[in-house]
Write a protein that binds this ligand. Structure first.
Ligand SMILES: [Zn+2]
Ligand SMILES: [Zn+2]
Length: 293
């Protein structure tokens, strides 16, 4: 059932009130699924799965399909929530790539074995596929900023699970390319990190957050990465990041936030700059990861 099913009729005076009511309802409950466009209906008021993730919980589970469905219930229909693939073992404990085979435990992937990347730990909420991919695209390219809070909730849940034993000192977004920032008008990673920070501030505990540009900035414009091979990408990004607050970095465990982790070239360059400024360890948490294995 598509949302364009009903042909628009010229409204009568009385119908204006109905339309106004519908518009208000739609503002609160967007009615089309971001992934398939189908009618969503009124979402359930609360989800017991979400209520269980209360502050003070000892070992929070990773955001699974039920959590995903609950967090995005106003934007993604139940059927599309089913295609969410959360990060689950076995994966590479370093770069967080999920192995195709579901057998066995976590182990280093070939790439990390050959050369340890500057990011010590990379994790994601889930795979960049299905409805999660559509949601991130709507967020980035259509500026559907109402997705900020649910995406922040997903990040927060993933953080609480994966960094349970080793909390980060400071969380910050990967700075966006200045040209892209001008075009888009917002840094999506900074916004979701802000939403996460706001939820953390309300509940207490958790790491400190640094806003976009407070600690590290893009010091120069780089050429687009597309079409460049790996060494060329690295050369292209050399010196692209500059730490403006070394005092906030020295000896600290830093967690970078990004929307999508692909090759990691940009994040690696950012991590190298932070480490050169004295960071003890740099990790990264992405909403979604493009799996290469
Ligand atoms: Zn759907
Ligand atoms: Zn790896």
């Amino acid at each position: 059932m598509g949302r364009t099913g009903a042909a628009p009729r010229p409204p009568t005076t009385g119908a204006w009130w109905t339309l106004l009511g519908q518009a208000m309802l739609e503002a609160v409950f967007p009615q089309a699924c971001f992934a398939c466009g189908d009618f969503l209906g009124l979402p359930p008021r609360e989800d017991p799965r979400e209520a269980r993730l209360a502050p003070g919980e000892l070992f929070p589970p990773p955001p699974d399909r039920a959590f995903y469905r609950a967090a995005l219930r106003r934007f993604v229909c139940g059927a599309c929530a089913e295609n969410f693939i959360g990060l689950q073992p076995p994966f590479c404990p370093c770069c967080g790539a999920m192995f195709t085979s579901r057998e066995g435990g976590n182990h280093l992937c070939g790439e990390c074995l050959a050369k340890r990347p500057p990011l010590e730990v990379v994790r994601s909420v889930g795979r960049y596929a299905g409805s999660l991919r559509r949601v991130i695209q709507a967020y980035k390219y259509r500026a559907r900023l109402e997705l900020t809070a649910p995406l922040g909730a997903l990040l927060r849940a993933a953080y609480r699970h994966h960094w349970f034993q080793e909390e980060a000192d400071l969380v910050m977004p990967v700075p966006l390319h200045p040209r892209r920032l001008r075009r888009r008008g917002f840094n999506q990673s900074a916004l979701v990190a802000q939403a996460w920070a706001a939820a953390t501030a309300k509940d207490g505990g958790g790491p400190a957050f640094a806003p976009d540009g407070a600690v590290v900035v893009r010091s120069r414009a780089t050429r687009p990465q597309a079409g460049l091979d790996s060494p060329a990408r690295r050369r292209n990004l050399r010196g692209a990041f500059r730490v403006v607050a070394p005092g906030a970095v020295e000896g600290r465990h830093i967690l970078l936030v990004d929307d999508v982790y692909t090759t990691g070239a940009t994040a690696h360059a950012c991590a190298r700059a932070l480490k050169a400024a004295g960071a003890r360890r740099v990790d990264l948490l992405a909403i979604a990861r493009v799996d290469v294995l």
